[in-house]
Design a protein around this ligand. Structure first.
Ligand SMILES: [Zn+2]
Ligand SMILES: [Zn+2]
Ligand SMILES: [Zn+2]
Ligand SMILES: [Zn+2]
Length: 317
């Protein structure tokens, strides 16, 4: 959600809204520079030149004498417009309610009021009253602008603290990631060590097997050849070796069959996952409540610290 604090300055539109009457008759919108009191018309820089050539004796006023210019149509509409009945003009004044009203308002809301008169008949406003009102409005505008500026500062402070907290959350997350990476590395190293050790055992086993097979095959051939030739001394050695190898083979068979279940087993540490599932967040976000009054526009009434550390006892402090 994007919120912006742009300054709105619509009041100037009402003053700027003087258009050249001559240009307007040719459907051109041009800002007026001069007001002719004799013609009761405004003119732009180009048109006033022609006007002056034709009517040298007319009384004219530039932007510097704007108070001599008439009230703009836009300003007039703004002042006369009834807030409730937008297409109606404020023409009456109810003294009972001390309120200007349009004919609709007078009919709907002031029928029973004792003194409802036409404004043109009864109302005269003192010039000094208007000056005082103008001063009051300017003071209020200044106060509102100051308040607006303060809010803008607060808005920026919120954005600033938001960015800081966001970074803190990400830092905590990064730390958890690093801690988990470390645990994963330790477990993987253990797994690798077990695998290396088991493979070394199996490699020795295969070497022993190959040697035994070679020896047994050679002895088998030797025994067959010697059986026909009856060579006493060699037959004795061969039979001795056969007995030894048979014994060795039997021991090997017995030992190897015991070692058949050599798969790697593991037991997952579910404590970490269970612990994380029990948590409500990576940190606890709190905000400062501020309240304003006339003397101290914004006073901190409640202040809470942010705590984004990983709790050590399963709870946030
Ligand atoms: Zn013009
Ligand atoms: Zn004129
Ligand atoms: Zn009305
Ligand atoms: Zn009334």
């Amino acid at each position: 959600m994007a919120t912006t604090f742009s300054s709105v300055d619509k009041s100037s539109d009402l003053v700027k809204d003087y258009c050249c009457g001559a240009c307007k008759s040719r459907s051109i919108e041009e800002i007026a520079e001069i007001y002719c009191e004799t013609c009761l018309k405004c003119f732009c820089g180009k048109c006033i030149y022609h006007h002056s050539q034709l009517y040298a004796d007319h009384i004219t006023y530039g932007r510097g004498d704007i108070n001599k210019w008439p009230i703009t149509k836009k300003m007039e509409d703004f002042l006369y417009k009834c807030e409730i009945h937008k297409d109606k003009k404020l023409k009456m004044f109810c003294k009972d309610h001390s309120q200007p009203c349009c004919t609709n308002c007078a009919f709907l809301n002031h029928r029973l009021c004792k003194e409802v008169t036409l404004i043109s008949e009864s109302r005269k406003t003192n010039l000094s009253d208007l000056h005082e009102l103008s001063y009051k409005i300017k003071t209020i505008l200044k106060e509102l602008k100051n308040l607006h500026n303060t809010k803008q500062t607060i808005f920026q402070a919120v954005e600033g603290s938001y960015s800081k907290r966001l970074q803190e959350v990400r830092d905590v997350r990064q730390k958890i990631n690093s801690a988990l990476d470390k645990l994963e590395m330790a477990t993987l190293k253990e797994l690798d060590d077990v695998r290396t050790s088991l493979q070394a055992d199996l490699k020795t086993d295969v070497e022993n097997y190959n040697k035994l097979m070679d020896d047994l095959e050679l002895l088998s051939e030797a025994v067959q050849e010697l059986a026909d030739r009856r060579i006493g001394e060699m037959a004795f050695i061969a039979s001795r070796k056969c007995l030894d190898k048979i014994k060795e083979s039997q021991v090997y068979l017995k030992k190897t069959s015991l070692k058949f279940d050599n798969s790697i087993a593991s037991k997952a540490n579910t404590d970490i996952e269970q612990y994380l599932n029990k948590q409500f967040g990576i940190g606890k976000i709190l905000h400062r409540a501020v309240q304003g009054n006339a003397n101290h526009p914004f006073t901190v009434t409640k202040k809470c610290e942010y705590d984004l550390k990983i709790p050590t006892d399963g709870r946030y402090s």
